[in-house]
Design a binder for this molecule. Structure first.
Ligand SMILES: Nc1ncnc2c1ncn2[C@@H]1O[C@H](COP(=O)(O)OP(=O)(O)OP(=O)(O)O)[C@@H](O)[C@H]1O
Ligand SMILES: [Mg+2]
Length: 301
């Protein structure tokens, strides 16, 4: 076993004049949770499908578990799990039958299929036909199908996109548990806050290129952005507010008084001493700010 599960070197893919993937390189370590973030059309799915061996790059190379994934490499199939953005199911089968069918393709028994239904919270939909499931339920089924053979590397393309908040958090737990068992996860998302929580490292993609790649904490730290602290309007006069330690900037609108500060600790202490913590909110930089700085645009997924 080499040190990396995935090594991608300078892959390109064009559709006519459109450079969907325009020179992308990254490596993913064994056991790493790796996120690819970016707005619609950034090239996430194209890049992922090239790594999975579903698409041939125009140039560049991919090593997946020390193999070349393209053309379809059958020795890799038992070792990788792939959930596509638009998932394909067998026609007219129930959720349980879908999973049992996937399981049997890998020589796995029906018990594991039932376990997977439970894992993604679909036990009560076991006998429902796939085309009668809601969008989020179908998505959970496709995730279960990608995991049923216990692959070493799991690829998930926007697995949390159609999920309600509860199902989203449940899936986070599922993914964390998979990672805790030493598996490698590569996933795409539009949710920067989610990636910040889940991922060891993230690649921020836009227009076919990786703009930044690091741990979420390092990306945010690299911004050196100030914190914003807001209070209910009228908690303090702007003059009093501006005199507080650490109040680098103060502004007020109809609802709130906002401080911009690079030293939040003394400012928060001073606010606490004055007993004006009602409605207090502290906002520090996030991956969204990283995206804004990299592209000059607000993040619109
Ligand atoms: N088969 C195809 N033929 C022509 N153009 C394509 C094809 N697949 C993707 N594209 C184009 O390539 C670009 C990248 O698409 P891709 O699906 O990789 O983006 P994405 O980052 O996954 O977006 P989303 O967040 O919407 O899923 C888009 O502009 C898309 O229109
Ligand atoms: Mg996509």
């Amino acid at each position: 076993m080499t040190s990396a599960a995935i090594v991608v070197e300078d892959i390109h893919k064009s559709y006519g004049d459109l450079h969907a993937v325009d020179g992308v390189s990254f490596t993913v370590g064994h056991g790493e949770f790796f996120g690819i973030l970016g707005p619609n059309g950034a090239g996430k799915t194209t890049a992922l499908e090239i790594v999975e061996g579903l698409r041939e790059p125009d140039r560049g190379s991919v090593r997946l578990l020390d193999e070349n994934p393209f053309p379809r490499n059958v020795s890799l199939l038992p070792r990788i799990g792939v959930q596509l953005q638009a998932s394909a199911f067998f026609e007219k089968l129930t959720a349980r039958e879908q999973l049992e069918t996937f399981a049997s393709l890998y020589g796995i028994g029906a018990a594991r299929a039932r376990e997977m239904l439970d894992l993604v919270g679909l036990t009560d939909k076991a006998d429902t036909r796939e085309d009668k499931l809601s969008g989020g339920q179908r998505q959970r089924l496709s995730i279960a199908c990608a995991l049923v053979h216990d692959p070493d590397v799991v690829f998930l393309d926007e697995p949390t996109a159609a999920l309600d908040p509860q199902a989203r958090r449940n899936l986070w737990d599922v993914l964390r548990a998979i990672q805790a068992r030493g598996k490698t996860i590569v996933y795409t998302t539009h949710y920067l806050d989610e990636a910040e929580i889940l991922c060891d490292r993230v690649a921020i993609m836009d227009r076919g290129r990786i703009l930044a790649l690091d741990t979420p904490a390092a990306l945010v730290r690299g911004l050196d952005a100030p914190a914003r602290i807001t209070l209910d309007r009228g908690a303090l006069t702007t003059a009093d507010a501006a005199a507080l330690p650490g109040a680098d900037e103060v502004s007020e609108d109809d609802q709130a008084l906002t401080f911009v500060t690079r030293t939040p600790a003394p400012l928060l202490t001073a606010l606490a001493e004055r007993g004006v913590l009602d409605g207090l909110q502290v906002r520090t930089a996030t991956l969204e700010d990283v995206f804004l700085q990299l592209t000059g645009r607000e993040y619109r997924a």
